[in-house]
Design a protein around this ligand. Structure first.
Ligand SMILES: Nc1nc2c(ncn2[C@@H]2O[C@H](COP(=O)(O)OP(=O)(O)OP(=O)(O)O)[C@@H](O)[C@H]2O)c(=O)[nH]1
Length: 298
C-alpha cells in the first residue's frame, strides 16, 4: 500500500498509537514476568485465545486504524507477531497455572516473539516517520532532498550490476491557467490528483520526487530507454484522459510534458537531471503533452 494517501494527521495519530503500544507492552511484559516468577494468578484475559484482540493495542489494531493502513504489509506482519506473542504468553501462563516449571524452549519462543513484535513496531514507525518528514504533504511525492543521494546510490548499482535506470522530468502543462481560472485551492487538488495518478501507475520501486512547484522528477529503476519511453507514454495518455472532479461541480483536465534520459553512471548525477530537464523543455517546445528523449545538442 502506498502511504502517500494517509493524511499527516492520520500519520501522526498512528505514530502516537505505536509509541503507546510499545509502552503498554513493556508494562504488560513486566506484569507477565512478575506473574510467572512470583507464581501469581495473573490476568485471566491473557489466557483467552482472543487476548491479542482484547489488550489495548489489540483494541486499536482491530478497531480504530485508518482503513488505508490495513493492507500495508508491515501493518499486517505486526498484527501477526502480536497475535503469536499473546498465544505464546498464554502457553507460559497455563504451564505456570498447572504448577509446572515453564519450559526453557517455551520461554525462549515467547521472548523471540516479543523481540520480533518490537522490531515490526519500530520498522513501521520508521516508515511512517519517513512518510511524514520526507514526503511533500500536498502531493505525497518525496521531497527534493532525497534526489541526489538516491541517484548517487543508484549510480553505484548501475556500475556493479550493469542495470540501466532512467530519470524523467514531468511538468504540468499550462498549470498557471488552472490556478488563474479556478483558484489556487483547486490548483492544489489538481496537482495532488495528478501526482497520485502517477504514483499509482508506476511500479512500487519507482520513485516520484517533487522537484519544484509543478515539476516532478521520476526515477525509473531497472529501465532502459525504450521501456522508459513506453511507461511515460502510458502515463501521459492516462493523465490526458483523466479529469479531476472538484466538489462534484467542476471538472478540470490537465496534461503533462515529459523529458527522459538515462542515468549516466560516469557523469555527476546533476548532468543526467539536466538532460532530462532539457528533454522536458523540448517536449514543451514541441507543443506540450508529449514525451521527448534527451539527445546531444538539445
Ligand atoms: N495551486 C498550486 N500552484 C502551484 C504550486 N506550485 C506551483 N504552482 C503554480 O504553477 C504555475 C507554473 O506556471 P508556469 O511556470 O508559468 O508554467 P505553466 O503555466 O505550467 O506553463 P508551461 O509549464 O509552460 O506549460 C504557477 O502559476 C505557480 O504558481 C502549488 O503547489 N499549488
Amino acid at each position: 500500500m502506498a502511504l502517500y494517501d494517509v493524511t499527516r494527521d492520520e500519520l501522526q495519530g498512528i505514530l502516537a498509537q505505536l509509541e503507546q503500544a510499545l509502552y503498554n507492552h513493556q508494562q504488560w511484559h513486566a506484569a507477565l514476568i512478575r506473574t510467572l516468577v512470583c507464581n501469581l494468578p495473573g490476568d485471566r484475559h491473557d489466557l483467552n485465545p482472543e487476548a491479542h484482540q482484547e489488550c489495548r493495542f489489540g483494541q486499536w489494531y482491530y478497531g480504530k486504524v485508518p482503513e488505508k493502513l490495513r493492507n500495508h504489509a508491515g501493518f499486517i506482519a505486526m498484527g501477526e507477531e502480536h497475535r503469536r506473542m499473546h498465544q505464546l504468553a498464554a502457553t507460559l501462563l497455563m504451564e505456570a497455572r498447572a504448577g509446572k516449571t515453564v519450559a526453557t524452549f517455551d520461554f525462549d519462543n515467547f521472548a523471540n516473539a516479543l523481540d520480533r513484535l518490537r522490531l515490526e513496531i519500530a520498522a513501521l514507525e520508521r516508515e511512517l516517520e519517513d512518510s511524514l518528514y520526507n514526503h511533500d504533504s500536498l502531493t505525497g511525492a518525496i521531497t527534493r532532498f532525497g534526489i541526489l543521494p538516491t541517484l548517487r546510490e543508484q549510480q553505484e548499482l548501475i556500475k556493479r550490476e550493469t542495470q540501466l535506470c532512467c530519470i524523467a522530468m514531468m511538468d504540468l502543462d499550462n498549470f498557471k491557467a488552472v490556478n488563474d481560472l479556478h483558484g489556487h485551492l483547486v490548483g492544489d487538488q489538481v496537482l495532488a490528483a495528478t501526482v497520485h495518478y502517477v504514483i499509482e501507475h508506476l511500479r512500487p520501486y519507482d520513485k516520484v520526487f517533487r522537484y519544484g512547484g509543478e515539476e516532478f522528477l521520476l526515477f525509473l529503476q531497472h529501465t532502459e530507454l525504450a521501456l522508459g519511453y513506453d511507461m511515460l507514454e502510458r502515463l501521459r495518455e492516462g493523465l490526458a484522459a483523466m479529469s479531476v472532479d472538484i466538489d462534484g461541480q467542476t471538472e478540470v483536465r490537465i496534461t503533462a510534458s515529459f523529458g527522459l534520459a538515462l542515468l549516466d553512471s560516469e557523469a555527476p548525477v546533476e548532468t543526467s537531471i539536466d538532460r532530462a530537464d532539457k528533454a522536458m523543455y523540448a517536449a514543451k517546445s514541441a507543443g506540450r503533452n508529449c514525451v521527448r528523449i534527451w539527445e546531444a545538442g538539445m
